[in-house]
Design a protein around this ligand. Structure first.
Ligand code: ATP
Ligand code: MG
Length: 278
C-alpha cells in the first residue's frame, strides 16, 4: 500500500544519499522490477548514474525491461557504452530488439561492436525480421533437448539453462539439423521416470508458427491453444525462437490501439464537423 511504498522509498533515498550500497541493494532489489522501473524513471540523472555503479548489468537489464521502449533512449545514452552493451546482452533478445529499433542506426552499430559476439549476432539476426511478424516478437532464449536423451539428462540440462531461459515450462526437442520434432512440458518431465527416453514422452504433434506469420494470427493461436508459449520455425522447420504469452499481451494491446486509431480515422471522415456532438 501507499504507506509501505513511502517507507521503502525513503529507505532507498536514504541509502543513496549516504552512499550505502548494501542498504540500497537490499531495499531496491527486494522490489519487483516493474516497481524498480517506476522509481528509476522519477530520479535525476546524477542519481541514476550512481545507481548504474551499484547494480550489475543483469540487474539494470531487469529494470530496463519494464520501461516503455519509446522512453528508454536517454538511459542508454547516459550509461557508459560498455556497461550499456552489457545490459543489452543481459536483456531478453526480443526486448533488446524493440529498443534497438528505437535508437538511431549509428548508435545500434556501436553497441553491437562492443557487445560480445554471440549476443550481438542473436540481436542482429532478429533485427532483420519485418515489423509485426512472429520473427519480430520472438525471443531466442528457449530450452532444447535431443530425443535420444533420458529424462534425467534432460533435467540436468534444463537446470543449467533455466537461469537465462524465457520460460522453462516447455522444453523443445530438436534433431541433429535443429529441426523441431517434439515438445515436453515441465509437468511431463517431472512426472516421468528418470531412465525414460525423451522420445517416449515428448509430444510429436507440435503446433508452431512460421517466422513470417502476422503477430495478430500468432496472438489468436496462443489464445485458442492455451499454450504458455509457441515455437517459431522457418520453412524447413528449424526452431528459431519462441513467443511467450506475456509478449502476446503486448501484441493484443498494440493491435487494439491500432484498430481504435483506424476507427477514429474513419469516423473523422464521416463527421468532419468536430463540434457536431458538443
Ligand atoms: P495439461 O494441462 O494437459 O495437464 P500441462 O499443464 O503440463 O498439461 P500445458 O501448458 O497445459 O501443460 O500444455 C499441455 C500439453 O501441451 C503439454 O503436454 C505440452 O507438452 C504440450 N505442448 C506445449 N506446447 C506445445 C506445442 N507448441 N504444440 C503441441 N503441444 C504442446
Ligand atoms: Mg495445463
Amino acid at each position: 500500500d501507499d504507506q509501505e511504498r513511502q517507507e521503502v522509498w525513503s529507505n532507498i533515498e536514504d541509502a543513496l544519499l549516504n552512499d550505502h550500497i548494501d542498504q540500497f541493494r537490499a531495499e531496491f532489489l527486494e522490489l519487483h522490477p516493474y516497481d524498480q522501473a517506476r522509481i528509476f524513471e522519477g530520479l535525476e540523472v546524477d542519481v541514476r548514474m550512481q545507481i548504474y555503479t551499484y547494480l550489475s548489468p543483469e540487474e539494470v537489464a531487469d529494470v530496463m525491461e519494464h520501461i516503455d521502449y519509446e522512453d528508454i533512449e536517454p538511459f542508454f545514452s547516459e550509461m557508459d557504452p560498455r556497461f550499456a552493451a552489457q545490459v543489452f546482452a543481459e536483456m531478453s533478445t526480443d526486448d533488446a530488439v524493440d529498443i534497438f529499433n528505437e535508437l538511431d542506426k549509428d548508435k545500434v552499430a556501436s553497441f553491437l561492436t562492443i557487445m560480445d559476439n554471440e549476443a550481438a549476432q542473436e540481436i542482429k539476426d532478429l533485427l532483420h525480421y519485418e515489423e509485426k511478424t512472429a520473427g519480430s516478437i520472438m525471443t531466442t532464449e528457449f530450452v532444447v533437448v535431443k530425443a535420444n536423451m533420458t529424462i534425467k539428462q534432460a533435467m540436468v540440462h534444463l537446470r543449467t539453462e533455466a537461469p537465462d531461459a524465457e520460460t522453462i515450462y516447455y522444453t523443445y526437442v530438436i534433431d541433429e539439423d535443429k529441426r523441431l520434432v517434439g515438445v515436453i512440458s515441465l509437468r511431463d518431465l517431472i512426472i516421468s521416470e528418470e531412465d525414460w527416453m525423451i522420445s517416449d514422452v515428448m509430444n510429436e504433434r507440435v503446433v508452431s508458427v512460421s517466422v513470417g506469420e502476422d503477430q495478430e494470427e500468432v496472438a489468436r493461436m496462443v489464445r485458442d491453444y492455451d499454450f504458455l508459449a509457441l515455437p517459431v520455425v522457418d520453412f524447413q522447420n528449424h526452431l528459431l525462437g519462441i513467443i511467450t504469452v506475456d509478449d502476446i499481451m503486448d501484441v493484443m494491446e498494440e493491435e487494439a490501439s491500432d484498430d481504435y486509431s483506424k476507427l477514429a480515422a474513419v469516423s473523422d471522415v464521416d463527421s468532419p464537423d468536430e463540434n457536431a456532438f458538443a
